[in-house]
Ligand binder design. Sequence first.
Ligand code: F6P
Length: 341
Amino acid sequence: MRIGILTSGGDCPGLNAVIRGAVLKGVAIYDQEFVGFRDGWRGLVEDDVVPLTRHDVRGLSKQGGTILGTSRTNPFENNGGPDRVKSVMDKRNVDAVIAIGGEGTLTAAKRLTDAGVKIVGVPKTIDNDLSATDYTFGFDTAVAIATEAIDRLRTTAESHHRCMVVEVMGRNVGWIALHSGMASGAHAILIPENSVSLDQINEWVRLAFDRGRAPIVVVAEGFMPEGMEHPHTERGLDTFGRPRLGGIGEQIAPQIELATGIETRCATLGHLQRGGVPTAYDRVLATRLGMAAIDSVVNGTWGTMVALNGTEIIHVGLDEATMVLKTVPQHRYEEASILFG
Ligand code: F6P
């Protein structure tokens, strides 16, 4: 069999480890051949194909980014849909595709499977917001990077007796904020799932400051305080379609300073959280997922996705992964909030 691999959507530490795991097991155990489609679905609909041999994946488990490149191209948006995908696969003698991506990618994969394309999915997102899998690779790395950054920001904040607001990624969910905030001992963690008022945030900041601490506020980019309007309609744009100048961290930092009188700075971590080498945990998880994806292909279980359940890799329907976002449960936020202030 000839198998095509693509990585689609925002990149994520561990993507290369998935590719390596799939190719090494596919070659060694099942004697399969591989090609890569460049830049996600774009490579598949535009017939942009590269060879993917055992040699090409050497040493990849520790390499950040993706050797195949990625994009947010959707095969269903003016890109020919299933007919185009099938004709490129036929031309290249590709029997099946392993699609590594987040919600958008897996939704497209499901629609293509329904139209008769042989696809297996691998879940990917630093946000950890995909259902049907306990963790996604990339999340552990993002949390480790954010935690180290917050530890560093704390020492400068302490030296200056300042409050530090740290904005982390998480458009729809607060997993990175929750875990990095707990790991670094933040005095407030703000997540999209749980809106709180500016008054409440200011109270946590004051309590920490009055105990002689430099207050640390970790905020997920999708958080919005009670009663405040969302400053932008689309990612990267404000309500007038102009480039967004600052995220939610930049918006609340001056308000904290004004209300508490405590000098406050904001650091937005942004794409740092997606760059560089994956943690050992993510390398192992990503490699195991890649190896399990090849089992699905050989078994012909199209329309499924590999997933982590406890410590075991399982196979679930793509629809289970894409139906609802995995948000932070209320009890996890309440547990963390015992430590605020
Ligand atoms: O979905 C992963 C993610 O990193 C989000 O946390 C973030 O909002 C988004 O991607 C950023 O996307 P882009 O790289 O397109 O700016």
